[in-house]
Design a protein around this ligand. Structure first.
Ligand SMILES: [Fe+2]
Length: 334
């Protein structure tokens, strides 16, 4: 998956690439997310795709289990489309967090310049949470707050009339350009770090309030998704920086209630996104393992690290005969 709507199909057993996958459902668009959500009650994949035009549209769609047709749940016309890398979901609602980082599609089309050169930070617009009812497709709330930017939603759930959205938020969009290779190669520039924040969207009063879950840098957040997605939960797993310079080189487990952190760190080892895999027949939310692809820069090889998700200690690691370039996301398939 990429954020362009091109999907490549591969064989789950051999991992052979089968080629481009084409939807045949008439849903059109140009920019999508690599963070589809899964609604376990409806057995439906949910994602959205933005169609650029004079009036652009966010097309939110569902794909039923066993189907490869996208069915549009809601189409939201907007004057300016924002760059949104992921979105939130609760039991009844889909939440598009519209950061004031807007795309100029005409400039993109006419100049052929790289995508990120066509993103414009306009903080005067603030950030807007668009809350859409999954069943009717109606927008039931539109919550404006201070401007912030994020790549990753962590989780969402409903509680006492509030739609709660947990998100890894940056004060602006400067993180994107700070990750350009020429900046990173300077080696001394600080990379902006985010906070994990909880936003309460009060559906009755249309008010939004914020709580900082943690000021510690945590990115690539993962949870026990099967059990906790759209529900109140305890643990967030992610990557963080040992040297407080914004360059991730350790894994963390964050316990929301006590705000305590467990971590896994080995010098010269650079772990990627921690993927939580649940143990069979569990009682506790954190019973299972963490999978992470780690680059060992001394051995110049990558390995799959397996941690006990409860105590966050290493169970084993499996070296590959080569180094794997840093990726972004991973997925476990049973
Ligand atoms: Fe992502």
């Amino acid at each position: 998956m990429t954020e362009t709507p091109h999907r490549v199909e591969f064989d789950l057993n051999s991992l052979n690439t089968l080629g481009r996958f084409h939807y045949r459902d008439g849903v059109t668009g140009h920019l999508t997310t690599v963070h589809p959500q899964f609604d376990y009650r409806k057995e439906q994949i949910i994602n959205y795709i933005t169609r650029f035009s004079l009036t652009s549209t966010y097309n939110i769609y569902g794909i039923n289990r066993g189907s490869s047709r996208r069915q549009v749940i809601s189409s939201i016309p907007v004057k300016q489309a924002a760059y949104m890398h992921s979105f939130g979901m609760t039991e009844n609602f889909i939440i598009l967090t519209e950061f004031p980082l807007f795309i100029n599609p005409f400039r993109l089309l006419l100049t052929g310049s790289p995508f990120i050169d066509n993103l414009f930070w306009k903080p005067e617009h603030g950030t807007t949470f668009l809350v859409i009812d999954k069943n009717s497709g109606n927008m039931v709330g539109n919550f404006k707050c201070e401007p912030f930017f994020a790549f990753h939603h962590i989780n969402g759930y409903e509680e006492m009339g509030n739609v709660i959205v947990d998100i890894v938020s940056y004060k602006d969009s400067s993180i994107i350009k700070s990750l350009c290779l020429d900046k990173l190669r300077q080696g001394n520039s600080l990379i902006p770090t985010p906070q994990m924040r909880r936003y309460y969207l009060d559906l009755a009063s249309n008010k939004v309030t914020t709580q900082i879950l943690s000021k510690d840098f945590v990115e690539m957040p993962r949870i026990n998704y099967r059990r906790c997605n759209t529900r109140n939960y305890n643990y967030i797993y992610g990557i963080s920086d040992h040297e407080s310079n914004g360059f991730p080189n350790k894994l963390v487990k964050f316990y929301i209630k006590s705000k305590s952190l467990k971590h896994w760190y080995k010098e010269n080892n650079f772990p990627g996104e921690p993927v939580f895999v649940t143990a069979p027949d569990t009682v506790e939310e954190d019973e299972g393992v963490i999978l992470s692809l780690v680059l060992d820069t001394i051995k110049r090889k990558s390995y799959l690290l397996i941690l006990d998700a409860t105590c966050f200690s290493e169970i084993t690691r499996a070296y590959l005969p080569f180094a794997v370039p840093f990726g972004s996301h991973g997925q476990y398939f049973e």
